[in-house]
Design a protein around this ligand. Structure first.
Ligand SMILES: Nc1ncnc2c1ncn2[C@@H]1O[C@H](COP(=O)(O)OP(=O)(O)O)[C@@H](O)[C@H]1O
Ligand SMILES: [Mg+2]
Length: 425
C-alpha cells in the first residue's frame, strides 16, 4: 500500500513513524515533510495547502491512501476534492471539518444536541457584541470564529480587555476572515483534558486521554503556544470520566454531524474542561492534536494503517484497537522567543549520538536539512517523547534525552506532566 502524508510538523513525524511500522505499507510519501520525516518517507516539496499539487502527486504516484495532518487543507476541502477524484483519503470533508473551522457552527450543533459546553452567543457586528459583553460576568472568553492558529481566544479578566478583544476581531479585522464573527463564551473553571477519537461517522473509538501544555512558561505562565509538551494517559481521565466523554460528547457530536448530512470520518479531537468531575467541550478539532499525537501514537499497539482503512471503509466497529499499558511524556524544544519572534537556521547538535532506545523517540517539528547538517526552521523545533511504566519514568526518559540535544537558543519547559505527578500518579 502506498501512503501520502500531508503536513510537516511534530504531529506528522509521529504519524509517519507509526505508519512506517505498518506491515502493509510499501511506500510512504510526505508533502512537504521535514528533516526527521525525510528519514522515513520520500518528501516532496508541495505545500500542505496546495490541493491541486497534492492531488496530482497522489495520481502520479498511484497513492492508495492520503492521510491529512493539519487543519488548513481540511478546511479548504481536500477530502472533498480527493473523493471527487476517486482518491482515498483519511480526513473529514470541509462540511464536517466545520466543527473546527467555525466555533459558532460547533457551538450551535452542541447546543442543539445538548452536548455539555460553555454557554455562548455569536456576533457578526460589534455594537450588539459590546452591549452583550457589558452584561456578562468576568472573566469572559472572546473567541474568533475561524481558524487562527491558536491565537484567536482571549480569556478576559476585565471588561476592558474583553471589549478590546472583540473590537480587534470584529472592527480592526486582526484575524481577517476568521474574526468576522466572534463567539462570547462563559468562563469555565477546571482542568483541561484532550480526548481524540477515530470515527467512521458511526462507530467512535476514543484514544487515551492526554493533557497538553499550552503556555510557554513553567507553571502555565506566559503566552499561549502551539504546545510545549504533553503526556498520556492523563490520570484525571478516569474510566468513569472516559465513559461520560464517549456517551455525552463524542458519540452525540458524531451522530449530530451524520444526521446533519456531513458525516465525520477521521480523527475528532475534543478539547474539554473538566468541571467538578464533568466534561464540558471547549472546542473540537477535525484532526490529530499536536503535541498530543506525539504521546498517543507511541502507545497505540494496533497497526495505524489498519485503523485508518477501517475508518475509510466504514467498518471501524469490526476492529479491536489496543493500547500499551505504559505512559508517555513529550517535551517540546523551541527556539528562544517563540511564540513571539525567533530566529531560525541554527545548527542542531547531538541528534546523531542521541541514544534512541525503545523508551525515547525523537520527532522533528521545525527542522530542515542543510548539507549534512540539520538546522532549525521553526518555533517548535523538536519533540522528545519518553516512555515508561510510570509517568515519572517516562518523564525522566524524555528530559534525559533533551539534555543531549543542543542548538543556539534552545528552550523548553521543565515541568511537563508535573501536575499529574503532584496529584500522585
Ligand atoms: N469557556 C472557557 N473557559 C475557560 N477557558 C477557556 C474557555 N474556552 C477556551 N479557554 C482557554 O483557551 C484555550 C484556547 O481555547 P480553544 O477553544 O481551545 O481555542 P483554540 O485552540 O482554537 O485556540 C483553551 O485551551 C483554554 O485554556
Ligand atoms: Mg484548543
Amino acid at each position: 500500500m502506498k501512503i501520502l502524508l500531508v503536513g510537516s510538523g511534530g504531529r506528522e513525524h509521529a504519524l509517519a513513524w507509526k505508519i512506517a511500522q505498518s506491515r502493509r505499507v510499501t511506500a510512504l510519501y510526505c508533502a512537504p515533510g521535514n528533516a526527521g520525516i525525510e528519514q522515513l518517507a520520500r518528501c516532496v516539496p508541495i505545500d500542505a495547502e496546495d490541493l491541486a499539487g497534492l492531488k496530482a502527486l497522489a495520481r502520479a504516484e498511484r497513492i492508495d491512501l492520503t492521510v491529512v495532518g493539519p487543519e488548513a487543507p481540511l478546511a479548504l476541502g481536500i477530502a472533498d476534492e480527493f473523493r471527487r477524484a476517486k482518491l482515498r483519503i483519511f480526513g473529514p470533508t470541509r462540511a464536517a471539518a466545520q466543527v473546527e473551522s467555525s466555533k459558532s457552527f460547533a457551538k450551535d450543533l452542541m447546543l442543539r444536541h445538548r452536548i455539555p459546553t460553555a454557554a455562548a452567543r455569536s456576533f457578526d457586528a460589534l455594537k450588539p457584541c459590546l452591549g452583550y459583553l457589558d452584561r456578562q460576568p468576568l472573566p469572559v472568553v472572546v473567541k474568533a470564529d475561524g481558524l487562527a492558529q491558536g491565537k484567536g481566544v482571549v480569556v478576559a479578566n476585565t471588561l476592558e480587555d474583553a471589549r478590546r478583544a472583540a473590537t480587534e476581531m470584529l472592527e480592526k479585522k486582526s484575524f481577517g476572515q476568521a474574526g468576522e464573527r466572534v463567539v462570547i463564551e462563559e468562563f469555565l473553571e477546571g482542568e483541561e483534558l484532550t480526548v481524540m477519537a477515530f470515527t467512521d461517522g458511526k462507530t467512535v473509538v476514543p484514544m487515551l486521554p492526554a493533557q497538553d501544555h499550552k503556555r510557554v512558561g513553567d507553571g502555565d505562565t506566559g503566552p499561549n503556544t502551539g504546545g510545549m509538551g504533553a503526556y498520556a494517559p492523563a490520570p484525571i481521565g478516569t474510566p468513569a470520566l472516559r465513559t461520560a466523554i464517549l456517551h455525552k460528547v463524542l458519540q452525540p457530536i458524531v451522530e449530530a454531524l451524520s444526521r446533519a448530512g456531513s458525516p465525520f470520518h477521521g480523527v475528532l479531537y475534543a478539547g474539554l474542561m473538566i468541571v467538578k468531575g464533568k466534561p464540558y467541550v471547549l472546542e473540537f478539532n477535525a484532526r490529530c492534536g499536536d503535541p498530543e499525537t506525539q504521546v498517543i501514537l507511541p502507545l497505540l499497539k494496533t497497526d495505524l494503517v489498519d485503523v485508518m482503512e477501517a475508518v475509510v471503509e466504514h467498518r471501524l466497529d469490526q476492529l479491536q484497537v489496543e493500547w500499551d499499558e505504559r505512559a508517555a511524556v513529550c517535551v517540546v524544544l523551541t527556539s528562544t522567543g517563540y511564540p513571539g519572534a525567533y530566529t531560525t537556521g541554527a545548527q542542531i547538535a547531538g541528534l546523531s549520538d542521541l541514544n534512541l532506545t525503545e523508551d525515547v523517540l525523537l520527532f522533528h517539528a521545525g527542522t530542515k536539512r542543510q548539507g549534512d547538517q540539520v538546522i532549525t526552521a521553526g518555533g517548535r523545533v523538536l519533540g522528545v517523547t519518553g516512555l515508561g511504566s510510570t509517568l515519572a519514568g517516562a518523564r525522566e526518559q524524555a528530559y534525559r534525552a533533551t539534555r543531549a540535544i543542543a542548538f543556539q537558543g534552545c528552550t523548553c519547559r521543565s515541568d511537563i506532566a508535573s501536575r499529574a505527578l503532584q496529584s500522585g500518579a
